[in-house]
Design a protein around this ligand. Structure first.
Ligand SMILES: [Zn+2]
Length: 598
């Protein structure tokens, strides 16, 4: 293929965690070809400076070495040449997250944004990548899993793959190794499930059955008539390890990390907490196939990958995705109403935990994701709100408002479908809406248009303001009640602790809590409570012997200095919210059933 950008990638040295990559440009810029690596990966809003993992890089043209100048932390310029120009470089790949690249004897994984230099001026030509097998005997049985279309490769084999442009090239991560694999069809579209890591007695069959339910429910949500999925094929790739959790969405795949104990064991009945969490993660990333990979904020259409791309809308793209991830589990029958409302109660409790929610709106939280949400510190609960958790409750509140005001005729589902039809469906096509992103003003207008209501006031209060959401009142219209949490209130220090060897360190000190009022600080190491030693595990048991209003003496080390504090124990100011489902009134029960049904 003439004038395509051509790459090769090979696991060069497994023990040194090095991929070797080449990029070849047939028609380089006569003034000197510029190459750039992204500074961040879509879906994870933080500057990560992937180019810091480049170890060695050199350029050649017409069989000779040519000069290559570095312009800034992620940009190189090759000397002008009338012939094709190639760069060869090694990338240190030792990041077990879903955001970068990883290579050792157990597997190889990469996101294109970590390994493939972008050829400036030629983003829109086809990009071809030859994924080569390593010489190492450890890789003999390795296969390749990716949603990149094959050009000259068998499915799951090493060989040549093709992307229509650079944006697509870096949106199909690649897994290589001796993974477990199974497949299923959801509304006619092939879905592969790839599990890397040692997972004894993994129940792949059940995993496929459960994921199929989630996928079909989501496809039907966006395309109730045609049931047409937005991609030709989809790959769930999971790295199962001892401890870890995370996922990243892509247009036709997702890369996930979970604990191996989260995955189902053959013969296991019921749904464990870990498995529920894993299915929720799969549901979340799959929902992004529509919401953020195709329906996109204007700031991501197209992505600016050299520096921050600011949007006030992550509450919709991450928050609503979080609202729907669990909702789809109940709608497709994997969990029941009681399990669903337990999850909702946990989210409400999490949001009420931090006073940051009174200082930052979810629109501000979205905008500042780069420096705040993604770079949290000990003060974050007192300073910021999560556009994921509060965003999901905004989705819940808007859904319930629309459903009750329109007597069940309209819902948030209709708003999502309208977003899909106007912005998402044609995003990657050449149609008139190709590449079009959504603005804040578009979202405001769409809510009113689709619901037939005046919702701007709520968006001002809940999204751009810091008001708490009236969920207790809204849920009551669906025969769901807040359980009385006061009876369970226990004496509290108003802190979150972290284990450090056998010590208890204050990870967060919540503003206006008992410890804050007494002068304790995050980072303090608790030594004794009323002269009894505090260990990593006994703080709750020690506190249980007191009542709310009692004053205790706490000794703690700040740095290496022993300090003493008088702490008046208070009730936890954000107790766990429990939700209970009620059997009447009938009209409210009908609304609830319609909400939670497919
Ligand atoms: Zn997400």
């Amino acid at each position: 293929m003439k004038n395509a950008i051509r790459y090769t990638i090979v696991p060069k040295d497994l023990a040194a965690h090095l991929f070797e990559v080449t990029v070849t440009v047939d028609a380089p810029d006569p003034a000197g070809q510029v190459f750039v690596l992204p500074a961040w990966i879509p879906g994870s809003y933080m500057i990560r400076e992937f180019a810091r993992n480049f170890v060695q890089i050199r350029a050649e043209s017409n069989g000779k070495k040519i000069s290559l100048k570095k312009r800034d932390k992620h940009t190189w310029v090759a000397a002008p040449s009338a012939h094709p120009v190639s760069l060869r470089y090694q990338v240190y790949s030792w990041d077990l997250s879903v955001r970068a690249a990883h290579l050792d004897q157990t597997n190889g994984f990469f996101n294109g944004s970590s390994v493939f230099l972008c050829v400036e001026g030629q983003l829109h030509v086809p990009h071809i990548v030859d994924i080569q097998r390593a010489d190492d005997s450890a890789c003999k049985s390795w296969r390749v899993a990716t949603s990149l279309p094959e050009l000259k490769a068998k499915r799951y084999g090493f060989g040549t793959y093709i992307a229509e442009n650079y944006d697509a090239l870096i949106d199909h991560p690649v897994e290589m190794g001796s993974f477990d694999m199974a497949s299923f069809k959801a509304h006619g579209v092939a879905h592969d499930v790839v599990i890397t890591g040692l997972v004894p007695n993994l129940d792949m069959e059940r995993l496929c059955v459960d994921l199929k339910k989630i996928c079909e429910a989501q496809i039907a949500l966006f395309e109730p008539k045609s049931k047409r999925a937005p991609m030709d094929r989809y790959v769930f790739m999971t790295m199962a390890i001892g401890d870890g959790y995370g996922g990243l969405e892509h247009r036709a795949s997702t890369a996930l990390v979970c604990m191996r104990s989260d995955l189902p064991v053959k013969g296991q009945a019921g749904i464990s907490e870990g498995y529920l969490k894993y299915l929720g993660l799969c549901s979340h990333e799959y929902f992004h196939t529509w919401n953020v990979k195709r329906i996109k904020p204007a700031a991501f259409a197209p992505y600016e990958l050299r520096s921050e791309a600011y949007t006030p809308l992550l509450w919709l793209f991450e928050g609503f995705t979080s609202y729907y991830d669990d909702l789809m589990l109940v709608r497709c029958g994997l969990i029941d109403e009681a399990q669903y409302f337990k999850l909702v109660g946990q989210t409400i409790s999490t949001v009420l935990r931090g006073t940051g929610r009174q200082k930052q709106s979810v629109a501000e939280s979205s905008f500042d994701a780069w420096t705040k949400y993604y770079r949290q510190d000990e003060n974050s609960p007192n300073a910021i709100v999560s556009y994921y958790t509060k965003g999901s409750l905004v989705g819940l509140a808007l859904d319930l408002t629309i459903r009750s005001e329109t007597k069940g005729k309209k819902s948030l589902d209709d708003v999502m479908r309208a977003l899909w039809q106007r912005y998402g469906r044609d995003f990657y096509t050449t149609g008139k809406d190709a590449g079009k992103g959504v603005t804040e003003a578009d979202v405001d207008a769409l809510f009113d248009e689709i619901s037939g209501l005046k919702l701007k006031r709520f968006l001002d209060q809940w999204v751009r303001g810091t008001d708490d959401l009236p969920l207790e009142q809204l849920l009551s219209g669906f025969a769901v009640a807040y359980a009385d949490a006061d009876k369970a209130a226990k004496p509290s220090l108003g802190v979150r602790t972290a284990r450090e060897a056998n010590e208890s360190r204050l990870a967060n000190v919540y503003e206006k809590g008992a410890a804050h009022k007494a002068g304790l600080s995050a980072g303090d190491i608790l030594v004794a409570l009323d002269e009894i030693r505090v260990s990593a595990t006994n703080l709750d048991a020690l506190l249980a012997r007191y009542r709310i209003g009692d004053t205790v003496t706490l000794h703690a080390f700040r740095r290496d200095e022993l300090m003493s504090f008088k702490v008046k124990l208070a009730a936890e100011d954000a107790p766990q919210v429990g939700l209970t489902v009620e059997a009447k009134p009938a009209a409210a029960v009908r609304l609830r059933k319609a909400w939670l049904a497919m």
